[in-house]
Design a protein around this ligand. Structure first.
Ligand code: BGC
Length: 378
């Protein structure tokens, strides 16, 4: 039996086995299409005991949909994305994916490690962005569903070969998405290497707590637990400075509407078309702790971001321009969604003062981020 036919028959059997699969806690697998080189890709539907749903594909580890209730119990899909695999293959501004080997930019697409110079793919002007031309967002991962005491989970595995996009070392990566019964989407990252390399993995979900395609995110209220950020140059490369957010539009230590100061031009901050910066989180330890809190006053949805990472890239969807049609035919205009990408700082391989992103064969890369959903109490 062909791979796709097996997939289709498998999904029919699974659907028959639990007739109302989406409403019941558990797991469902269905075919999602094929990549240009013929690899079959699936869509995995995870449902928790509250009826919250996450749909994840093993192409790029993309969270295609995330359905959560508002304050009246009305469910909406709160992440931007496409209905079909073809659209993800054509032109995807990193909607919902796993980013790797290195989240955000590496200046000039080069770095030196242990005295050896490495040249990476340059896919963002002169710089390297989000792992290169074919980053972890564009590869097919091996997927293993499982369920444990915390909820339903999807384990994704990928072996990034020595030299891929210019990086040294075979990197074995495991990313596990867990949809918990506390309405959390938890992401656990693990990686090991056989040669010294650099690693910085993140998730690139574009969130809109009013629902994907329901307008822009300017009225969302954001708190970022960070009293410093990393200013950037015109190419969005950090200047090495850690600057106080105080008295700048970057101050989200107290909750503020995203639109309130987004257009405040400040040459010093090289502000450009909106927020697209790394905040250095105020942390007491490397344990999982609160990094950001996002609230939609309109629908009462709340999303908290917890992480073990030292930074978060708040990107306000500035480069969306209405040319992409998303799920259910909805158009995604400028700032239709925002990303809160937990990470080590951009360009760390070239910035000795930043926390290190070096992974060695005797070490283990370990990172956890949780997106936790709830609603404002009346
Ligand atoms: C970056 C942006 C980039 C976007 C790509 C963000 O993580 O910070 O500069 O344009 O990803 O969609």
């Amino acid at each position: 039996m062909s791979r796709s036919l097996t997939g289709v028959v498998g999904s029919i059997l699974l659907v028959v086995a639990c007739a109302d699969a989406d409403a019941k806690p558990g797991f469902r697998q269905s075919a999602f299409g094929k990549t240009a080189d013929g690899a079959a890709v699936d869509l995995y539907t995870l449902t928790n005991s509250n009826g919250m749903v996450a749909r994840i594909t093993n192409f790029g580890g993309i969270v295609v949909a995330l359905e959560t209730p508002d304050r009246d119990g009305k469910t909406a899909d709160v992440v931007l994305g496409f209905d079909a695999l073809d659209a993800y293959l054509k032109s995807n501004p990193y909607f919902g994916c796993i980013v790797g080997r290195y989240g955000n930019r590496i200046a000039g697409g080069r770095f030196t490690l242990d005295g050896k110079a490495y040249t990476l793919a340059r896919n963002n002007g002169a710089n390297h962005l989000h792992g290169g031309v074919k980053g972890f967002d564009k590869v097919v991962w091996n997927a293993k569903p499982r369920s444990d005491a915390n909820g339903v989970a999807l384990e994704l595995n990928y072996l990034s070969k020595d030299g891929e996009e210019g990086y040294p070392g075979n990197l074995a990566v495991t990313v596990t998405y867990t949809l918990t019964d506390d309405n959390e989407l938890r992401i656990d990252y693990l990686a090991t290497t056989d040669k010294p390399t650099v690693v910085n993995l993140t998730h690139h979900g574009y969130f809109n707590l009013d629902g994907a395609g329901a307008g822009d995110i300017l009225d969302h209220v954001l708190m970022i637990k960070a009293s410093r950020f990393t200013p950037v140059d015109k190419g969005l490369i950090p200047t090495s400075e850690l600057r106080d957010v105080k008295d700048t539009p970057m101050d989200f230590t107290k909750p503020a509407a995203i639109g309130a100061r987004i257009d405040a031009q400040d040459e010093q901050i090289a502000f450009g078309p909106g927020y697209d910066h790394n905040w250095a989180l105020d942390r007491e330890s490397d344990d999982l702790s609160l990094a950001a809190r996002l609230v939609s006053p309109k629908t009462g949805r709340v999303m908290e971001v917890l992480t073990t990472e030292p930074g978060v890239q708040f990107y306000s969807g500035n480069f969306l321009d209405g040319t992409l049609t998303g799920k259910n035919g909805k158009m995604y205009g400028k700032r239709a969604g925002l990303c809160l990408e937990t990470q080590h700082f951009p360009d760390s391989p070239n910035q000795p003062s930043f926390p290190s992103t070096v992974l060695r064969p005797d070490g283990k890369y370990k990172s956890t981020t949780v997106y936790k959903f709830s609603v404002l109490k009346p």
